[in-house]
Design a binder for this molecule. Structure first.
Ligand code: IPE
Ligand code: IPE
Ligand code: MG
Length: 251
C-alpha cells in the first residue's frame, strides 16, 4: 500500500482556463435579434466569467473573441465586432485594472483597425505590472498563424546566427508562441455545441482537458462556469503515464 503522504492531491483548480465563446449568432437568431446583439450579450457573459475566474483563483483566462477565419464574415459583422472590441476595452479597462488583472492580446494585431490597436497597447501598458489574474484576449488569432509567426522568428534568428537549428526544441519553440511565459491551458471550454477546436491554440492544447457544452455563449453563466470547473476536478490527468503512476507523487 502507498503511504498516504505519497498520494498526490487531485488537481483542484485549473491554473489556466481557455474558452471558445461560441453561439452568439444562434442566440440572437433565437430571440429574433441581429447577430451583433448576440455579440453584445456575449460581452456580458465574458464579464461574468472574468469575475467568476477571478473569485475562484484562476491564474490565466484566455478568451477566443475573433479567429483568423472570422475575417471572412460579412463586412458589417466584422466592423461591428471591431467597434464592439474598442467600446468594451474603453468601458472595462478601469475595472480590470482595479482588480489587478493583467491584459494581454494574442493575434495578428497588425490586421486590426488602428484605433483598436492603440486601445490594446494602452491597456497592455497600463496593466503590465499587475500581478493578479492574466486575461488573454485572442483576437485575429489562429493556432496556425501562431505556429507560422513563431517559425518565422526562429528562422530569422537562425539566419543571423543567434540560434542554431539543433538548439530548437519544444521549450525554445514554446518561447516564441503567443502564450510564451504562461502555463498551457489546463481546461478548454467550448460553448455553442460544436465539438471542434476551430484553429484555436493548436500547440498549447496538447494536454488540455476538453469541456464541450451546448449552452450558447450569451447564456453561459456563473453556474455553467462552476460546472466546467467541477468537470475539470473529475478528470485524472495522466500525461501519458498509467493511473497507478499518477496516484503516487514522484519522489
Ligand atoms: C462566436 O459566436 C463569436 C465569434 C466567432 C466572433 P458566433 O458568431 O460564431 O455564433 P454562432 O456560432 O453563429 O451561433
Ligand atoms: C470559433 O467560433 C471562433 C471564436 C469563438 C472566436 P466560430 O463560430 O468561428 O467557429 P466555426 O466556424 O463554427 O468552426
Ligand atoms: Mg460560431
Amino acid at each position: 500500500m502507498v503511504p498516504r503522504s505519497r498520494i498526490a492531491p487531485p488537481p483542484v483548480l485549473p491554473r489556466h482556463v481557455a474558452i471558445i465563446m461560441d453561439g452568439n449568432g444562434r442566440w440572437a437568431l433565437a430571440g429574433g435579434k441581429a447577430r451583433l446583439a448576440g455579440h453584445r450579450a456575449g460581452v456580458r457573459a465574458a464579464r461574468t466569467v472574468v469575475r467568476g475566474c477571478l473569485e475562484a483563483g484562476v491564474d490565466v483566462l484566455t478568451l477566443f473573441a475573433f479567429s483568423s477565419e472570422n475575417w471572412q464574415r460579412p463586412a458589417d459583422e466584422v466592423n461591428g465586432l471591431m467597434r464592439l472590441f474598442v467600446e468594451v476595452l474603453q468601458r472595462e479597462i478601469d475595472e480590470l485594472h482595479a482588480n489587478g488583472i493583467q491584459l494581454r492580446l494574442i493575434g495578428a494585431r497588425e490586421h486590426l483597425p488602428e484605433i483598436l490597436r492603440r486601445r490594446i497597447a494602452a491597456a497592455e501598458t497600463r496593466t503590465a505590472a499587475n500581478t493578479g489574474m492574466t486575461l488573454v484576449l485572442a483576437v485575429a488569432y489562429g493556432g496556425r498563424w501562431d505556429l507560422v509567426q513563431a517559425t518565422r522568428r526562429l528562422a530569422a534568428k537562425a539566419r543571423t546566427g543567434d540560434l542554431a537549428p539543433e538548439d530548437i526544441d519544444e521549450t525554445v519553440l514554446g518561447r516564441h508562441l503567443a502564450l510564451a511565459g504562461l502555463p498551457a491551458p489546463d481546461l478548454l471550454v467550448r460553448t455553442g455545441g460544436e465539438r471542434r477546436i476551430s484553429n484555436f491554440l493548436l500547440w498549447d492544447l496538447a494536454y488540455t482537458e476538453l469541456c464541450f457544452t451546448d449552452v450558447l455563449w450569451p447564456a453561459f453563466g456563473a453556474d455553467d462556469l462552476a460546472a466546467a470547473l467541477e468537470f475539470f476536478r473529475s478528470r485524472q490527468r495522466r500525461f501519458g503515464r498509467t493511473d497507478e503512476q499518477v496516484e503516487v507523487v514522484a519522489d
